[in-house]
Design a protein around this ligand. Structure first.
Ligand SMILES: [Zn+2]
Length: 427
């Protein structure tokens, strides 16, 4: 399918002239100097209701801690950088990516006293996805948060939006998986495609493969999915290999870089920069959606990677540069995985927010924030935002791991980039 030219979109970055708006369009260009808001953090306390069980790792505390740290550091000024409340996604929005049968089943199972035996066929009632009362409403709100982020960016009201509760990248068309019930990412991307026709580049650096989003757009050449993750040979969901390239019209528009366990910052960042740059040059995205799970950190209990906070800061910076070059700066960012909730997630997402909004932030974490959370935390909280360079000992097999990752990248580039180059043009 040919992408239509999205109204209000001005290619060539902020310095380029805004494209003329079509008559009657409600869309605004981000270059309009009358607009004071540049970025939005989508948050209010209603997101706390997306919670499976008391001891489930997908604990909304991590969101509260991150948002309160962002605020404590003065990174929301209410003018350029605002906090904006989510809304609840409509059925129409959910049904762009989910089957009516699945949405109905989730709704039924969400009711108090519901008969739960049918859950398993929908991936619900499992250890990863226990059924909880109000599940439909809570997940529809997460989707609504990411929809809100997409609307703000597409309308030009802001350049960047961070839907911190979003990033449910394992949800499938008719099946819950990996803590994810509905696909907020899929719903937002499908809406962008339908309303603007823009080419969307979906980037996912969560430690786990972004299988749900990949599957939803596997045959759509208007959506390029790029996932870097710990190899599926070692980690859930067991997919995301270099030969998963898409199908039909979408063949060549699905890219995966499975990384070795124990991968550290330098190897990951170098590969990220290279594949992102080359894929973007071929595809020329008009909007970027970034899933920023932070479970590639060395302290994360659910993966086996050895990255530090530098990974998130640099990856967002690199992504923002690509957004500036191709997308007029437009970038929608979501949260995702991240299970070292006390020691890593609040710091990591604060760095993501500061970097994506172009704000500088110093390392010391305010005492008031530490005092507030230390009582509840089972561990001492770090007092610096960034991991110092020598925080963790180097991996003994570093050279071997780097070489294996490099070979994976080269193999992907050999097969995928010619395809992507040939099939991306002319658009
Ligand atoms: Zn993950």
């Amino acid at each position: 399918m040919e992408a239509r030219s999205p109204p209000g979109f001005s290619p060539g970055g902020h310095s380029g002239k805004p494209s003329p708006e079509p008559p009657g369009s409600q869309l605004r260009s981000p270059d309009d100097s009358s607009i004071s808001v540049k970025s939005a953090l989508i948050w209010n306390e209603s997101f706390r209701s997306y919670r499976f069980q008391q001891d489930h790792p997908f604990n909304p505390r991590r969101l509260e801690m991150a948002v309160s740290l962002i605020e404590a550091l003065g990174l929301i000024d209410g003018v350029q950088h605002r906090m904006i409340a989510p809304r609840t996604a409509t059925d129409e929005e959910l049904l762009r990516v989910h089957s009516p049968e699945y949405v109905e089943a989730v709704r039924r199972l969400s009711r108090r006293g519901a008969e739960r035996s049918e859950g398993e066929q929908w991936g619900l009632g499992t250890e990863d996805n226990p059924i909880f009362v109000g599940m439909h409403e809570a997940t529809a709100r997460v989707v609504g948060g990411t929809m809100r982020a997409a609307e703000l960016v597409v309308s030009g009201e802001v350049d960047r939006a961070f839907a911190i509760a979003g990033g449910l990248h394992h949800a499938h068309r008719d099946r819950a998986s990996g803590f994810c019930v509905y696909s907020d990412l899929g719903a937002a991307i499908a809406w962008i495609r339908e309303t603007t026709g823009a080419r969307v580049m979906y980037i996912d650096y969560d430690a786990h493969h972004g299988d749900g989003v990949q599957g939803l757009f596997y045959s759509d050449p208007g959506v390029l999915t790029l996932s870097l993750h710990e190899s599926g040979r070692f980690l859930f969901p067991g997919t995301g290999f270099i030969d998963e390239l898409g199908e039909g019209e979408g063949y060549g528009f699905s890219l995966n870089v499975p990384m070795e366990p124990q991968t550290e910052d330098d190897s990951w960042i170098g590969i990220y920069r290279e594949i992102l740059g080359e894929a973007a040059a071929a595809f020329r995205p008009e909007i970027i959606v970034l899933q920023s799970g932070v479970d590639a950190h060395v302290l994360d209990p659910l993966a086996h990677l050895r990255c530090t906070t530098r990974l998130f800061e640099e990856s967002v910076r690199i992504t923002a540069e690509v957004a500036e070059e191709y997308c007029g700066g437009r970038m929608i960012v979501t949260g995702g995985g991240g299970y070292a909730i006390w020691r890593v997630v609040p710091r990591a997402w604060t760095l993501v927010w500061a970097t994506m909004t172009g704000q500088t932030v110093k390392d010391p974490i305010p005492r008031s924030w530490l005092d507030r959370w230390e009582e509840e935390s089972p561990r001492m909280l770090p007092e610096l935002l960034r991991d110092p360079a020598d925080s963790f000992p180097p991996v003994p097999r570093r050279t071997e791991i780097e070489a294996t990752n490099r070979r994976t990248l080269e193999a992907l580039k050999r097969t995928a980039l010619p395809l992507l180059n040939n099939r991306s043009r002319p658009l």
